[in-house]
Write a protein that binds this ligand. Structure first.
Ligand SMILES: C[S@@+](CC[C@H](N)C(=O)[O-])C[C@H]1O[C@@H](n2cnc3c(N)ncnc32)[C@H](O)[C@@H]1O
Length: 371
C-alpha cells in the first residue's frame, strides 16, 4: 500500500499554498491502482497534478475557480505548438524597453529604500527594475494579438518568471520588510516546460459544483482549500483569490481599483464571498459548512474512483471527514505523508487515524470507490 512510483513526470508551477508537488508520487501510485484513463482534477491550482496525469497518458479535465489556473491549464494541456515557436516571441519580450505603467505604480519598489517609499511608503512585492519590464511585456502580449492558447503560454511564462524574482513569503497578501535576495535578479522569461500530448484535454474555470455536472470520468482528484482551524482568523487570510490577486491582474490586465497595504484587487476584499470550502463557520446544525460541501461534492461526482486530499489543520475535522467518506463509498486505500519528516506511512483504515490528524504538517490521501 502507498508505494512511491519511480518515474514521476516533470511538472512546473508557481509557489502556491497547498501545491501537491511533493505528493505527486503518491497520487500517481494510488491512481495506477484504478487503471483510470480519464481523470478530473477538480481544484487544479498550479495544474501540477493535471500536468502529471496528462504525461502518463490520461485524458485530463482540469478545473479551478481561479483564472490563473485556467491560464496554466490551457498552457500545458491545450498547446500543440513547438517550443521553438515560443522561444522567438519570448526573446522579443525579454528585449523590450522597460517602461513605467500600472504595475510599477502599484507593485514596484526602489532598492535604495527598503520600504520602497518612492510614492506611497508601502512595502512592495517586486523591485522597480522588474515591474518596469513587467509593464512593457504585459502590454506587448496584448499587442501581439495571438490566440488564447498562445497567449496563455506567454502569460504562464511571465508569471513563472515573476515568481522567481518576488519579495514575498509565497503569496501576495503581504510583502517582506527587506528585499529578498532573488528580487535583485532580472526578470527573464523562459519557454514553459511544454510536453507533447495526443489526448484532447479540457480546461474549465468554474465553481466545482457547476463543473461537476458536466464531467464523467474514471477518476476524480479533489484537493479543496481546507480553511484554517483558527476560529479567529479572518477568512481573507486563507482565500486564494486574495493571496494571488496579482496573478489575476496580470492575466486580465484590467488595472482594477485596489485597496489596503498589499494593494489587493477591490474584488478580493473581505466583504466579498469566498469559496464555500474556505468557509470556517458551522451551520445552524453545528456542522462545518466546508465539510458539508465536501460531502455534497463526493455524492455528485460521476466517477468510479475518487482520490481526496486532506491536510491536517484543515477545517474539515477528521471525525467529520471519517463519517463522510464512509458514506460516500468504500475506502480502498489510504496514505499519510508527513511533510516535516518527509516520510510516508501507510496505515490501516480505522478510526485511529483521527488521532494522526491532530499532528501538524500531515497530508492524507484517500482512494474511494464510489457506492
Ligand atoms: C489546495 S489548492 C489546490 C492545489 C493543487 N492541487 C496544486 O497542486 O497546485 C485549492 C484550489 O481550490 C480552488 N478553489 C477554491 N474554491 C473552489 C471552488 N468552489 N471550485 C473550484 N475551485 C476552487 C482554489 O483556487 C485553489 O487553487
Amino acid at each position: 500500500m502507498g508505494k512511491k512510483i519511480s518515474k514521476i513526470p516533470k511538472t512546473e508551477g508557481i509557489k502556491y499554498a497547498g501545491s501537491k508537488l511533493k505528493l505527486l508520487p503518491y497520487i500517481l501510485e494510488l491512481a495506477s491502482k484504478t487503471k483510470a484513463e480519464t481523470v478530473f482534477d477538480g481544484f487544479a491550482g498550479t495544474t501540477r497534478v493535471s500536468q502529471a496525469f496528462a504525461q502518463t497518458g490520461c485524458r485530463v479535465i482540469s478545473n479551478d475557480i481561479s483564472v490563473w489556473s485556467k491560464t496554466f491549464g490551457i498552457c500545458y494541456l491545450k498547446n500543440k505548438r513547438s517550443k521553438k515557436f515560443y522561444s522567438e516571441i519570448i526573446e522579443h519580450l525579454n528585449n523590450l524597453e522597460p517602461k513605467d505603467g500600472w504595475f510599477t505604480e502599484h507593485y514596484g519598489g526602489s532598492n535604495d529604500d527598503i520600504s520602497s517609499a518612492k510614492l506611497d511608503g508601502l512595502k512592495k512585492p517586486f523591485q522597480i527594475h522588474n515591474t518596469r519590464k513587467l509593464d512593457a511585456i504585459r502590454d506587448e502580449i496584448d499587442n501581439l494579438n495571438l490566440n488564447e492558447i498562445e497567449t496563455s503560454v506567454l502569460l504562464t511564462s511571465l508569471i513563472l518568471a515573476l515568481d522567481k524574482v518576488d519579495s514575498t513569503l509565497g503569496h501576495y497578501a503581504s510583502y517582506l520588510n527587506e528585499w529578498s535576495p532573488r528580487s535583485y535578479k532580472n526578470l527573464e522569461l523562459k519557454v514553459p516546460q511544454l510536453f507533447e500530448t495526443k489526448k484532447e484535454h479540457e480546461v474549465f474555470q468554474g465553481d466545482i459544483f457547476e463543473t461537476i455536472e458536466k464531467v464523467e470520468v474514471d477518476l476524480a482528484y479533489f484537493d479543496p482549500p481546507y480553511g484554517s482551524n483558527n476560529e479567529k482568523m479572518p477568512p481573507s487570510r486563507v482565500r486564494y483569490a486574495s493571496y494571488y490577486h496579482l496573478w489575476t491582474s496580470i492575466i486580465l490586465n484590467d488595472k482594477p481599483e485596489t485597496f489596503g497595504k498589499a494593494k489587493r484587487r477591490k474584488d478580493t476584499s473581505d466583504t466579498k464571498a469566498g469559496s464555500i470550502f474556505e468557509e470556517f463557520r458551522q451551520n445552524e446544525n453545528g456542522k462545518f459548512i466546508a465539510t458539508e460541501a465536501i460531502e455534497k461534492l463526493l455524492a455528485k461526482t460521476n466517477a468510479k474512483h475518487i482520490i481526496l486530499s486532506y491536510s491536517s489543520g484543515g477545517r474539515a475535522t477528521a471525525e467529520n471527514l471519517f463519517e463522510i467518506l464512509e458514506n460516500a463509498g468504500k475506502i480502498i486505500d489510504f496514505v499519510k505523508v508527513d511533510y516535516k519528516q518527509n516520510v510516508m506511512a501507510s496505515m490501516r483504515w480505522t478510526n485511529d487515524w483521527v488521532k494522526e490528524t491532530e499532528k501538524k504538517n500531515q497530508e492524507f490521501l484517500f482512494l474511494i470507490e464510489k457506492n
